[in-house]
Design a protein around this ligand. Structure first.
Ligand code: ATP
Length: 463
């Protein structure tokens, strides 16, 4: 089972402290969201999983953290100033502002307003998605010398540092550079909770390869990311691959495969249930070429007269110099978090006929790994033992102590936030120095000696 719709996750998130509407006390700000105590843990655990898998477990990837503000020329030569735009149309009927490429077409091929169904739409005009800002104490907001952008993707910071990383890490192809960071896009139609927002976080890998090895490496990364997504607990029946057609491909891409998640299971039309979780592109040698000082056009003019660096690679084995091809798996932290929460959502009826929510998060992703609960909070010895056990577990796993309700309520509360284990200290614990461990997914309980508790949990949680 998974969540019936995104709304279910919106209300759970607000109720339990995963995600809140931003600036809510001032009426909010369209499509901005804040991550609460549990949301920030879940997001951090997703990022940790990605980083560990790529940077720690493999031998061919380095990490970096580049600046959100870059020299404007980065965005000029990457092509973003000219082409990073969406086709904007207005509906003359209901005045909605829409992205033409996301609209359905009627039998005559006319675009249909997703709000009122009218086909009376304006012609499309390009709307650049980059947020503009000014740098320094300028008096004129339009001063072109002061103009800067908030990065709309993290990737360009990697390309601009290609030679730095290559020279300082002494890498040989194939190798990759990984980065996690915020990106900003002035989206025309943000929405669906954290699915599409104007501020979001990306995890991007740029993997540099010899041109003739690009197609194989691309397929390997498609397979690798499919597996990584499943390792987050997302079930295969809610995932599928989408091969971009020739006319959908970015002009520099040779092949792009998107991994889709069933974000909209409530939609009747099966085709419309799916949307992009991540994209994996073969970007050819476009990026390193456009940022290099050397390449010339047909008339012998430098394509990039501003760059001071040549980002080509010299292969000592073949004595050849060339621009590496780039395979780019790019995934949003926020979209992944939404997919993980939707997929973990389960309902179960207890023996009193009450419906309980269980978030079946993997132990690695669960914000809280264990909750230690005293059965009687008016008994100081029980409280003391529970607090001591919690303190003992805390350095090796996120543990909490909770005595603010009856045991049934405390269990339900932990199930709803995905805590894999609850540990209960009762009257007998004072006699036999043992505790009850309750498993979230089965509600089964077992008795474990207090001495063995930490080892038992570490093994089960793999921490
Ligand atoms: P779309 O066509 O849906 O606007 P895109 O194909 O332009 O998205 P990419 O540029 O490939 O998206 O971005 C890579 C990943 O970053 C996406 O797969 C998604 O996970 C995430 N992402 C992109 N835009 C947003 C956004 N506005 N809000 C949240 N996540 C985003």
């Amino acid at each position: 089972m998974s969540a019936p719709n995104i709304e279910t996750i919106v209300s759970l998130s607000k109720r339990r402290g995963f995600v809140y509407p931003a600036s809510e006390i001032y009426g909010g700000l369209g499509s901005s969201w804040d991550y609460g105590p549990l949301g920030v843990e879940l997001a951090n655990n997703i990022k940790k999983s990605w980083w560990n898998w790529l940077v720690y477990e493999r031998d061919d990837i380095e990490g970096i953290d580049s600046s959100i503000l870059q020299n404007r020329l980065v965005w000029k030569y990457s092509g973003h100033e000219d082409t990073f735009s969406d086709p904007l149309v207005d509906c003359r009927e209901c005045k909605s502002r829409l992205r033409q490429d996301k609209l359905d077409q009627d039998a005559e091929g006319k675009y249909v307003c997703s709000n009122c169904g009218s086909t009376d739409l304006t012609d499309p005009r390009p709307f650049n998605l980059m947020f503009r800002t000014t740098i320094g104490a300028v008096s004129d907001d339009d001063d072109p010398m002061a103009l800067a952008y908030l990065r709309p993707e993290t990737a360009q910071g990697i390309f601009a540092n290609f030679a730095n990383v290559l020279n300082t890490s002494r890498r040989k192809l194939p190798f990759g550079i990984a980065q996690i960071g915020k990106a900003f896009r002035n989206e025309v139609t943000p929405g669906n909770f954290i699915f599409r927002t104007r501020e979001f976080e990306q995890m991007e890998l740029e993997y540099f390869v010899k041109p003739d090895e690009a197609a194989g490496a691309h397929q390997d990364w498609i397979d690798g990311f499919d597996e990584w997504i499943r390792s987050l607990g997302i079930s295969g029946e809610n995932l599928k691959h989408y091969e971009q057609s020739k006319h959908e491909l970015a002009h520099y891409a040779e092949r792009t495969v998107d991994i889709l998640y069933r974000f909209f299971p409530e939609r009747e039309d099966e085709e419309k249930q799916w949307d992009e979780l991540m994209g994996i592109a073969n970007r050819t040698d476009y990026d390193l070429r456009v940022h290099s000082k050397k390449p010339e056009d047909a008339d012998g003019k430098r394509i990039n007269p501003d760059s001071t660096e040549d980002l080509s690679y010299f292969d000592t084995a073949t004595n050849e110099r060339f621009y590496p091809y780039i395979i780019e798996p790019s995934v949003g932290v926020n979209r992944t978090l939404l997919a993980v929460m939707m997929d973990a959502y389960t309902e179960r009826t207890n023996d009193k006929g009450e419906t309980r929510v269980i978030m079946k998060l993997t132990p690695q992703l669960a914000p809280i790994k264990v909750a230690v609960l005293p059965l009687a909070k008016n008994k100081p010895e029980i409280v003391e033992m529970a607090r001591r056990l919690k303190k003992d577990l805390q350095p090796s796993m996120r543990a909490i102590y909770d005595d603010t309700g009856g045991i049934g309520k405390l269990y339900a509360r932990q199930d709803e936030i995905g805590t894999p284990f609850c540990v209960t200290v009762d009257h007998e614990s004072l006699e036999d120095n043992a505790v009850t461990v309750r498993h979230r997914d089965t509600w089964e309980q077992e008795r474990i000696s207090a001495e063995q508790l930490k080892g038992f949990l570490q093994e089960k949680l793999d921490v």
